[in-house]
Design a protein around this ligand. Structure first.
Ligand code: GMT
Length: 380
């Protein structure tokens, strides 16, 4: 199949899923055309089946806000026409689904009916999407897509709850490349960070409010009083300065390191003992899955799709959002020597279920279904 993939090319979860999906599809022989405003961060390998089309945004003094959505729709029209694509798969509804709708309508006037699949990732529904400034367009463009997928059952339910959706939404979870995300031998790294055999706790995120990084720091400051440990914070974002300040206030700076954005997060995860994800909202929790694949148990909140990923009491624990006290108790429990190995083994076991090899066929079957249905529709 010839597939166009539209996504945010940055470090965010939706862009990572879209890029990894494209790479896996290309390996299976599909021709994948990425349509984005810059080269996707994880598009780091060469393949005869991978193509990249940059969305060029022409500015003009009149434009306070250059109309990205129009430039994107125009690029989609061109790529579908000239590359003879079979399907467009857009990740993150805003503004990709509405730009795809516009492209589809333009192509129709040229006798081309391109099926559109929209994948909902999370904040495009739970945070930004339901804001009145976007909601009517988001509702319309989801209903106009030929296929819609959500990354968890919870996100599917939330979408029906917040929008007037007439379309059937298919749940296809996030997945993991186990070739890349696996425990590597990085003992020298562990010794450098934990010279006295301390336990290593990790959090990775975009440091936005929804991630509740403050809870991470508060949990850690209580855990370290009971179990000698260190905290690594990976990623960057608007809350970082405030988090650094909190570490100073709690006098825990000597045990906390900020690593910023990392390309090789799997190296850090390989030496971690526990991963914290106390998010306010989290449709799936890809970062937690990456940690589990590296044999790291999870302490998470019960936000969104997290209870669908983390088995409470088995591969980690799930606590109410903001319950720092319970999360601390459970973190201490996991980190105890007699419990740790079982949680690590179970975390990996759970991650194996989300192997890309298991999830990729779900997308391929779904594409085939959407293309067939579209053909039938056109024959009527
Ligand atoms: O919150 C992020 O990390 C970024 C965000 C995105 O859309 O780029 O991630 C969302 O999509 C990921 C991939 O499907 C999910 O694993 C994350 O749970 C989801 N984030 C939220 O719902 C907050």
């Amino acid at each position: 199949m010839k597939i166009g993939i539209v996504c945010y090319p940055t470090f965010g979860g939706s862009g990572v899923v879209a890029t990894e999906l494209g790479k896996a599809l290309a390996k299976k022989g599909h021709a994948i055309h990425f349509i984005t405003y810059s080269q996707p961060t994880r598009l780091d390998f060469l393949s005869e089946n991978l193509f990249y089309h940059e969305v060029g945004i022409r500015s003009y003094p009149l434009f306070v806000y250059p109309p990205y959505e129009l430039a994107l729709a125009s690029t989609m029209v061109n790529v579908v026409q000239y590359e003879k694509l079979d399907l467009l798969h857009v990740h993150y509804a805003i503004p990709h689904a509405s730009a795809a709708y516009m492209a589809k309508q333009i192509l129709k006037t040229q006798g081309i009916d391109i099926p559109i699949v929209t994948t909902l990732h999370g904040t495009d529904i739970t945070l930004v999407g339901k804001d009145p400034s976007y909601a009517p367009v988001v509702t319309f463009s989801i209903n106009q897509s030929d296929g819609v997928t959500a990354v968890s059952e919870d996100l599917r339910k939330d979408t029906y709850k917040h929008f007037n959706i007439t379309k059937e939404i298919e749940v296809i979870p996030n997945f993991i490349d186990l070739e890349r995300f696996k425990k590597q031998k990085k003992d020298h790294f562990k010794t450098a960070i934990c010279p006295n055999g301390e336990k290593l706790i990790v959090h990775t995120s975009n440091f936005r409010k929804v991630k509740r990084v403050e809870d991470v720091v508060r949990i850690f400051s209580k855990v370290r009083k009971r179990i000698p440990s260190k905290l690594l914070l990976v990623g960057d974002g608007p809350d970082r300065t405030q988090i650094e300040r909190l570490c100073r206030e709690l006098s825990i700076c000597e045990d906390v390191r900020f690593l910023g954005k990392l390309d090789t997060v799997e190296e850090v995860l390989s030496v971690a003992d526990l991963f914290l994800m106390p998010s306010e909202k989290e449709s799936f929790g890809l970062a937690a899955l990456e940690a589990m694949a590296c044999e790291v148990p999870i302490i998470s909140s019960n936000a969104g799709g997290l209870p669908e990923l983390v088995q409470d009491g088995i591969s980690g624990y799930v606590s109410p959002i903001g319950d720092v006290k319970q999360m601390t108790e459970r973190a201490v429990h996991i980190l105890q020597e007699e419990n740790l190995q079982a949680f690590k083994t179970n975390a990996l076991k759970r991650a194996l279920e989300f192997d890309v090899a298991n999830i990729l066929p779900m997308y391929e079957n779904y594409y085939n279904r959407v293309v067939e249905e579209n053909k039938l529709q056109n024959q009527k």
